[in-house]
Design a protein around this ligand. Structure first.
Ligand SMILES: C[S@@+](CC[C@H](N)C(=O)[O-])C[C@H]1O[C@@H](n2cnc3c(N)ncnc32)[C@H](O)[C@@H]1O
Length: 185
């Protein structure tokens, strides 16, 4: 009986923590679908010129796949929600990934200056807040790979459509040499 009560309390705490952070970040830690993940992996350059940064790494599903696909690259994930982040850290015990670092950090306060690739699966409002940072910090030639949501003003270099019609497209952007006040040139 005590064990059941403790288990129920634990489940409630987990649900409450995930719900609270979904309210804070504006998005749940829903992982990319398998086809979405494959589209993101297909968009990776062979040899990224800099780190691969995942903005909002959730449970680490995509971050571990990125680290496996590009073992020669540094992969960095930022996640604010504590439980998904803790889960992704525990995952290291059964799935070692020496080139992967996962930080519990607000992606809007992280630096993108070292990124060769930024990967995200956020929502329109979060992308709108992230975009000025990307414009200010990303080096020319860096890629931004966004699952489902488009960046304002930027023209995608490619739009990948996963084969199942229920899966949203993946948008691939390349940071240009210069920006005008109204967008990329
Ligand atoms: C839809 S999930 C995607 C998870 C993972 N990228 C994937 O594709 O499987 C979005 C994640 O972004 C995280 N997130 C949203 N805003 C954030 C912020 N400001 N700082 C850090 N993480 C954030 C959420 O907590 C959530 O786990």
């Amino acid at each position: 009986m005590l064990a059941e009560l403790l288990l129920m309390a634990l489940v409630l705490v987990i649900i409450a923590a995930i719900t609270a952070y979904t309210a804070i970040t504006g998005i749940s830690p829903l992982p990319s679908t398998r086809l979405g993940r494959e589209a993101v992996l297909a968009a990776l350059p062979e040899a990224p010129q800099g780190a691969i940064i995942e903005a909002g790494a959730g449970w680490g599903t995509l971050a571990f796949a990125l680290a496996r696909r590009r073992p020669g690259s540094r992969v960095i994930g930022y996640e604010l929600s504590p439980l998904p982040w803790a889960f992704s850290q525990l995952r290291r015990l059964i799935q070692p990934a020496p080139n992967l670092r996962l930080y519990r950090r607000d992606l809007l306060r992280a630096s993108y200056a070292e990124a060769g690739v930024v990967v995200c699966y956020l929502h329109a409002e979060a992308l709108e807040r992230l975009q000025p940072k990307l414009e200010a910090e990303l080096p020319a030639g860096a890629l931004v790979i966004s699952n489902t949501f488009r960046l304002h003003r930027w023209r995608p270099a490619a739009v990948l459509h996963p084969p199942a019609s229920i899966d949203a497209p993946v948008y691939v952007y390349r940071v240009p040499e210069a920006y005008t006040s109204w967008g990329a040139v």
